[in-house]
Ligand binder design. Structure first.
Ligand SMILES: [Zn+2]
Length: 257
């Protein structure tokens, strides 16, 4: 989704997940993983490398992989470690590598398909009513409470998105002025103020356009200072972010073998 400093605040994947996937890959391929590290980098492209430096396996992946499932992360690690040590991927491993291949090709074509959708003028179906939460009700609450902050914007259409295909809590699709909220949040264990926070955050993306880096830095700042100033008006901001941090395992059990 968005690439900037606050990236990890509202997504699920972190370097522990990546490291866990790397260890699983090493053990499946019978490679010594005692000195193995994994790190996300802000590459502009979706790419990943594994190198051997003084006996240490170093995996570097673009932070676009933060939105990948554990299955995809394991596939990525299997693929790179097998290549590095010339091991053969057997059995179940092939399935994970396939998931990784599908992820990279779908992410790469996401931008293209976005513009295609606009050209064809075809809008995907929206689905705001969940089993526990109605996103229209959430937007109504948030818009009533923060009408000053959201004044002048055309309120986006909300829809629930598939929780299995992404680990992002929510995102704003400016092609259709739509906010997509992870279906995993449609759960009785999720407090309403947490859902409303995610909705408010995504609504702010409709208001604040990203700041595009110039020159050598191609980084895009999505959560600009003005964005953060508005976000801080959510009184239970820290509580909501802490809840997400503490409960991420509720939604994504580690399925790595
Ligand atoms: Zn954001």
């Amino acid at each position: 989704m968005q690439q900037d400093d606050d990236f990890s605040k509202h997504i699920f994947a972190d370097e522990h997940d990546m490291h866990a996937a790397l260890l699983s890959a090493c053990s499946l391929l019978e490679v010594n993983s005692q000195n193995a590290s994994a790190k996300f980098y802000k590459y502009t492209m979706l790419r990943a490398t594994a190198t051997l430096e003084k006996g240490e396996i170093k995996l570097r992946a673009s932070d676009g992989f933060r939105s990948a499932s554990n299955e995809v992360l394991l596939g990525l690690c299997l693929y790179l470690v097998a290549k590095l040590f010339r091991r053969k991927i057997r059995g179940d491993g092939e399935r994970y590598v396939r998931a990784y291949g599908e992820f990279t090709s779908s992410e790469g074509s996401r931008k293209l398909s976005n513009s295609m959708r606009v050209l064809r003028g075809r809008k995907r179906q929206t689905n705001p009513k969940g089993e526990f939460f109605d996103l229209n009700a959430s937007i109504a609450r948030v818009a009533a409470e923060y009408w000053q902050e959201l004044d002048g914007i055309e309120l986006p259409t909300p829809t629930w998105g598939d929780s299995r295909s992404t680990r992002v809590l929510g995102y704003y699709d400016d092609a259709f002025n739509e906010i997509v909220i992870n279906k995993a949040l449609d759960d009785r264990r999720v407090p309403e103020f947490v859902l409303d926070y995610v909705v408010y955050h995504e609504l702010l993306h409709a208001k604040h356009s990203p700041h595009y880096g110039r020159g050598k830095s191609l980084r895009t700042t999505v959560h600009t200072t003005a964005f953060k100033r508005d976000e801080e008006k959510y009184p239970r901001l820290e509580e909501a972010q802490a809840w997400v941090g503490k409960n991420r395992r509720l939604f994504y059990e580690i399925r790595i073998l």
